[in-house]
Design a protein around this ligand. Structure first.
Ligand code: FAD
Length: 469
């Protein structure tokens, strides 16, 4: 389609700002409406550091938008997970083969700033303090409110894109017109953000190039490094404690003192790293975690949803943003290729919905793996066999984590192959305690029989530019 008609995007978060950049660069007239104030007005990101892990899919999208280098310049490389056992021992489990297979910790606020600047530089018109309130799809009128003074700002639109996150107002307006098949499944666990500050000399307190995990069965803590040498710590707990407080839950761990006692008992080596534990715990809210399923993402050629507005997921594969960025590339591509908006939105939904479902499922599965399996001996033997097979059959046996994180093959294919691979790993490690006991030739034969050669991404971005330590 030639980029003639106006595109209005609701939400200038991660997906909205990236999509605006891609579409404006392709020549579309783009306007973006964001309910918050302009973060660029403060000159920096401000506030506490919240970070996200960026992987190949997200990095590729940023590369296409021309901002990957600017983002990586502020990112911290994470080579693997540093598992902290209850006895205080630590073990680094690499994510990939070498430093070409790593993930990056990026500041959400800084990333948003880079994307907003890129969107505006590409020609998108950004409107802040504009919260979508209601939509008249027949008349093509959207009502926005400025929450600072309650003033109303009507906008005439051709088509709306909903990049307004998990609580999407556009989704709510679309649901009044058609049944989107919306289902929200709460996880039953929540999260609380804490911080590890730098040392007195301004250095990182623990290994910077890793994602730290304190797995404790039904709950866990993680920590991701920030450019300014802090770590953002996230404590994940059930909302409700089990019988006799085992596992603990946010209903019982309510005050700073409760948190201190929990850390002293279960995360003893992390306790001295979080000197403001009591204050952080009492100041920061408990975040809710759920998965949003929709059967339809668009209303003819009038409106379409992407990112969290279409498929919010739990954060345990670190893919929500990566997936949202992949959506942006896909939608921009369908708009270029299709003859009308209805066809473009339908093709976008057909391509992305099954993949969103697959990564939503894998994100839920990964919670169990992170909190309960990373320090379990069966799991470690399966990981050792997985690494051996990945080396012996690089074209066929790609660990599921690597397919999701370091490749751009569709999530649905990664999930399907992951199931086959897990079956092989479980079958050949059953009753064994070391790699030497496993008949590798029999495993090779099973791999050749069951796993076809995997197509390679021709234009992978990782390793670009050189990693920053
Ligand atoms: C604890 C946690 C950790 C996570 N970690 C990772 C990770 O490591 N890696 C990863 O890839 N993903 C991660 N995610 C997921 C990631 O945060 C989301 O998938 C991503 O932010 C989705 O981007 P989005 O643009 O769709 O939505 P958002 O980032 O939520 O942006 C939506 C924007 O719309 C605006 N808005 C909302 N309502 C309106 C309205 N009515 N009118 C106008 N504007 C509106 C909002 O202010 C916001 O700016 C994590 C999520 C959580 C909760």
């Amino acid at each position: 389609m030639s980029p003639s008609r106006q595109i209005d995007i609701v939400g200038a978060g991660l997906a909205g700002a990236l999509l605006a950049t891609l579409l404006a660069r392709a020549g579309w007239p783009v306007r973006v409406y964001e309910r918050r104030g302009d973060p660029r007005a403060h000159g920096d990101a401000g506030g506490r550091s919240i970070n996200l892990s960026l992987a190949e899919r997200g990095l590729y999208a940023l590369h296409v938008a021309g901002v990957a280098e600017a983002v990586l310049a502020q990112a911290v490389m994470m080579r693997g997970r540093m598992v902290h056992s209850k006895d205080g021992s630590q073990q680094l489990q690499r994510y990939g083969r070498d430093d070409s297979e790593v993930i990056w910790s990026v500041s959400r606020a800084e990333l948003n700033l880079v994307l907003l600047r890129a969107a505006e530089a590409a020609g998108a018109k950004l409107h802040f303090d504009r919260r979508l309130q209601s939509v008249d799809f027949d008349a093509g009128r959207a009502q926005f409110v400025d929450d600072r003074d309650g003033s109303l700002h009507p906008v005439q639109f051709d088509l709306l894109v909903g990049a307004d996150g998990a609580g999407s107002a556009l989704r709510a307006a679309m649901s009044k017109r058609i049944d989107l098949g919306e289902r929200i499944e709460p996880l039953g666990h929540g999260y609380k953000e804490l911080e590890i500050p730098p040392t007195a000399d301004g250095d990182f307190r623990i290994e910077p190039n890793a994602l730290h995990i304190w797995p404790r069965g039904d709950y866990m803590c993680i920590a991701l490094p920030n450019d300014e040498r802090t770590f953002t710590v996230t404590l994940f707990l059930p909302n409700q404690a089990g019988a006799d407080g085992d596992p603990p839950g946010f209903d019982q761990v309510r005050t700073g003192d409760d948190a201190q006692a929990l850390f002293a008992r279960d995360f003893a080596d992390a306790l001295p790293l979080v000197p403001q534990l009591r204050q952080d715990f009492e100041r920061n809210p408990v975040g809710a975690l759920s998965t949003l399923y929709l059967d339809r993402w668009h209303l003819g050629g009038r409106a379409v949803l992407l990112g969290d507005a279409a498929h919010a997921m739990v954060p345990f594969h670190g893919q929500g943003m990566n997936c949202a960025f992949e959506d942006c590339i896909a939608l921009a591509g369908h708009l270029e290729r299709c003859d009308d908006f209805g066809a473009a939105f339908a093709a976008f939904e057909a391509e992305r919905l099954p993949n969103a479902r697959a990564i939503q499922a894998m994100a839920l599965e990964n919670y169990l793996e992170m909190r309960a399996r990373v320090d379990d001996s069966d799991f470690l033997l399966q990981r050792a066999l997985e690494a051996a097979l990945a080396q012996r059959h690089p074209q066929r046996f790609v660990p599921r984590y690597a397919m999701v994180t370091f490749r751009r093959i569709p999530y649905a294919i990664a999930r399907k192959r992951g199931v086959l691979q897990r079956e092989l790993l479980a079958a050949f490690t059953r009753g064994k305690s070391s790699l030497e006991e496993i008949d590798l030739q029999a495993v090779d034969a099973a791999v050749l029989e069951r796993l076809p050669v995997l197509a390679h991404d021709a234009d992978k971005v990782h390793g670009f530019p050189p990693p920053r330590e």
